[in-house]
Design a binder for this molecule. Structure first.
Ligand SMILES: Cc1cc2nc3c(=O)[nH]c(=O)nc-3n(C[C@H](O)[C@H](O)[C@H](O)COP(=O)(O)O)c2cc1C
Length: 268
């Protein structure tokens, strides 16, 4: 199959669009973050990349702490809301019906409705370009007890987690394997690595999938009230490839004819 070259950019998917909670003094807030991930297992270390113009940025700087709350597919609208509206003007906990609960290790609250929360303490902030990276130790974890099986193991397939890929939200699809299943030599896993078509069948045969998907954590279907849009971030994380195509010489189109510039005159 032919492949095409695209403009180089921050393209990786799927991303977890997480709800990051932060608190400085009396001001607590939620910000949706797509630029996050794990940096190290031991010490357990993570990062979030945040633009300095975000309201949450100040709170992060002041407190040096935050909580990463994983979001479920039925929270998609709230996740979007927390990534469009600013906590400087609206109470996102109230508007989204999220319950702040005390975290064990940090001052920032966790969100009761989220399946899993990682409590983080910032160790370093590194300017990276448009965003500053907050590198943090994961100092505490809590989860909804529905996430644990009888043996106390975390079952992520129970959470119906939300994924984000270049401007669109998805729910995770069916489980197609588990760590190490490529080494399974048992009869039930006869397919070859190259046998893509049967991969799912193989995974199903090799695993005993918990029939526990679609566990509801909260009814998140209610419509959200509209608040004040964040003027600086209306375009949120608008994927760059949705911008108008660049002209020859790879220059940004100008808005001389009264039109909007490639990204509506805003930074992404
Ligand atoms: C799916 C999604 C992912 C986002 N990821 C980030 C991110 O990684 N970093 C960032 O600075 N802003 C990100 N944003 C934008 C902020 O969430 C948004 O500007 C928000 O309104 C800021 O809230 P605040 O003003 O209350 O801090 C994202 C928005 C969406 C919808």
């Amino acid at each position: 199959m032919a492949r095409k070259s695209l403009k180089a950019g921050a393209l990786t998917a799927p991303l977890p669009p997480v709800l990051v909670t932060v608190c400085a003094g009396e001001r607590k807030n939620i910000i949706t973050i797509g630029w996050t991930g794990i940096l190290s297992t031991h010490p357990a270390r993570t990062y979030i990349s945040v633009r300095p113009e975000r309201y949450s940025y100040k709170l992060l700087r002041e407190s040096g702490e935050f909580v990463i709350n994983l979001a479920t597919a039925d929270m998609a609208k709230s996740v979007d809301y927390c990534g469009i509206y600013t906590g400087a003007k609206v109470n996102k906990f109230k508007e989204c019906g999220f319950t702040p609960i005390e975290s064990r290790e940090v001052g920032a609250p966790s969100i009761a409705e989220c399946p899993l929360s990682l409590e983080c303490r910032v160790i370093e902030v590194i300017p990276m370009g448009t965003h500053d990276v907050f590198i943090a130790d994961i100092v505490g974890v809590s989860c909804d007890e529905v996430m644990l099986d009888g043996a106390g193991r975390l079952c992520f397939d129970r959470a119906n987690l939300l994924a984000y890929a270049h401007g669109e939200y998805f729910e995770l699809g069916k489980k197609v394997g588990k760590f190490g299943f490529s080494t399974d030599k048992t009869k039930s896993n006869k397919t070859k690595i190259t046998d893509k078509k049967n991969a799912d069948t193989a995974a199903k045969a090799a695993l005993k999938p918990a029939n526990s998907r679609n566990v509801k954590f909260a009814d998140r279907d209610k419509p959200l009230k509209t608040g004040t849009k964040n003027p600086k971030t209306d375009d949120g994380h608008r994927p760059f490839y949705l911008d108008a195509p660049r002209g020859r010489n790879n220059k940004k189109p100008t808005s001389k004819k009264g039109g909007r510039s490639a990204n509506g005159g805003k930074r992404k």
